[in-house]
Design a binder for this molecule. Structure first.
Ligand SMILES: Cc1ncc(COP(=O)(O)O)c(C=O)c1O
Length: 489
């Protein structure tokens, strides 16, 4: 167990008026804290000098108390570590923490939590524990240019300017916003300047900010069905009523949307690479959706989460770039092109929404870490970002090919693969009647993560499937994963 720094000690209660000598009160306090587990074996305790200073008493009673505790075997010293709670506490003395930390029995008064929690709760997802094949949304972390990245972090962490240590703008760090605006205008044909770019803690927060800035409770929102469960959760935090709208091979079915939710206030959509079916929305559907939104005043939330990776055809422009009425809010993330734990994403907002979005962002968590934003800005502007994406595109193409070959070779036509032209994952449909959740639980036991397709639907679909991420697994892991998947079928 790691030793806690000597700087931390539970509050010591001393009563100068009690008549009990200070050293007695102090040694008794230590005995109790050790016995009930608030101080753990091996934990460092402050030096006598700093404890006396902290308690604002003379050092003498502290010295006497420590002497006593050494003699009784409660404290000991280690070279280089100072004074610690003894690792071998006198037998019966040590009683683990339960006595004091267990919650008291309820006195009958209700212990209410919000109803929102029930709406957000999902079934346990055992398949999310594995970090190899076929965990979705996982980049090739072993190929991440960690040396270059840590140099940039070091550059900004060493002697940081005061401006990087104080509270920053809720909109984010300006050089990063400028770099993102330039990148998106060039690569994704997004029409924006830096003033419209708001840095978020991943696109999950981006979606949440959209929901809270644009919706009232019970407002209807079209959601692709099947669709991204994370978006459903984000919308629900604002009390949205989800209107599931079917997806076909042209993307979201706009006619069905109008039929099912004509009063919707917003639409969530992933038009470049629909999650999870992998469809690209047709130009006709895009126009139909944009003109419906312009007529009705609905907002369109475009989730463009992985369009850096396309393996055929020309890269498609964003929906935002086609929008003449400023109805589209564009949401993006660095989770796929950098790594998920970075927790940096962005929103490109229409100019008249910037203030509302900044207000909500400020209320949520003020702003993102300036250190990471500054390092990321340099990573982009110095060309390493473009280089990394180019390398990953080639690598993911190789891994996707390995997965398709292995499926071809080992699955005897038991899987129908769809959505392979872009991204970091593909979807494989199962025969009717095969329970995809049961299958995913089974593969998870073998260390293989296959996300069931049915959890992306509002209602159980006629045909289940598994979503297989290939970007984060080596070719060998992919082949092994397919063999294990086959054994589970
Ligand atoms: C459709 C979709 N949107 C967004 C994200 C990324 O979310 P975040 O930026 O919060 O990591 C994911 C991640 O899996 C996703 O699948």
């Amino acid at each position: 167990m790691k030793r806690l720094s000597a700087g931390f000690l539970p509050p010591v209660a001393l009563d100068a008026a009690s008549g009990v000598p200070m050293y007695d009160q102090l040694s008794e306090w230590f005995r109790r804290a050790i016995m009930d587990g608030r101080l753990r074996p091996g934990q460092r305790v402050p030096s006598t000098r700093s404890l006396a200073k902290e308690l604002d008493i003379s050092r003498i009673p502290v010295l006497s108390a420590y002497e006593q505790l050494y003699a009784e075997g409660y404290l000991e010293t280690f070279v280089g570590a100072g004074t610690c709670v003894a690792r071998a506490i006198p037998g019966e003395a040590f009683a683990p923490a339960q006595r004091t930390t267990q919650p008291k029995k309820s006195q009958g008064a209700p212990r209410r939590i919000s109803r929102r929690v029930a709406a957000l709760k999902t079934a346990p997802q055992t398949w999310a524990d594995n970090q190899g094949a076929f965990r979705i949304g996982l980049p090739a972390l072993d190929h991440f240019p960690s040396t270059a990245w840590s140099k940039l972090l070091h550059r900004h962490a060493r002697n940081p300017p005061i401006g990087h240590m104080v509270y920053g703008s809720p909109m984010g760090y300006l050089p990063l916003r400028e770099a993102i605006a330039e990148y998106l205008s060039t690569v994704r044909a997004v029409r924006c300047d830096a003033s419209q770019v708001l840095i978020t803690t991943g696109s999950q927060q981006g979606l949440q900010i959209c929901a809270h800035a644009l919706l009232e409770a019970k407002d209807g929102v079209w959601m692709e069905d099947p669709g991204y469960p994370g978006a459903r959760q984000a919308l629900r935090t604002a009390g949205a009523e989800i209107v599931p709208v079917p997806v076909d091979d042209e993307g979201l079915n706009v006619d069905a949307g109008i039929r099912l939710g004509k009063n919707a206030r917003a639409i969530y959509i992933s038009p470049s690479h629909q999650f999870p079916l992998g469809v690209t929305m047709s130009a006709a559907r895009r126009m139909q959706l944009l003109s419906w939104a312009a007529r009705t005043g609905a907002w369109i939330i475009e989730d463009d989460y992985d369009s850096e990776y396309r393996f055929g055809g020309r890269p498609l422009a964003s929906l935002q770039g086609m929008d003449a009425d400023d109805r589209v809010i564009y949401v993006g993330t660095f989770s796929k092109v950098m790594f998920p734990a970075l927790r940096v994403g962005y929103i490109v907002a229409p100019k008249d929404l910037i203030e509302a979005f900044a207000t909500v962002r400020d209320a949520f968590d003020t702003f993102s870490s300036t250190l990471y934003q500054a390092a990321l800005a340099d990573f982009i502007t110095e060309g390493q970002f473009a280089r990394h994406i180019r390398r990953m595109r080639a690598l993911y193409l190789e891994r996707r090919t390995a997965l398709l070959d292995a499926i071809d070779q080992h699955m005897d036509g038991k899987l129908e693969v769809i959505g392979t032209h872009a991204g970091m994952q593909l979807t494989a449909l199962l025969a009717r009647g095969v329970d995809d959740v049961a299958l995913s639980i089974k593969t998870a036991k073998l260390g293989v993560s296959t996300r069931p397709l049915s959890i992306c639907y509002a209602k159980p679909p006629k045909r289940g499937g598994v979503i297989l991420g290939y970007s984060g697994a080596s070719v060998a892991e992919i082949r092994d994963g397919v063999r294990k998947l086959r054994s589970c079928l």
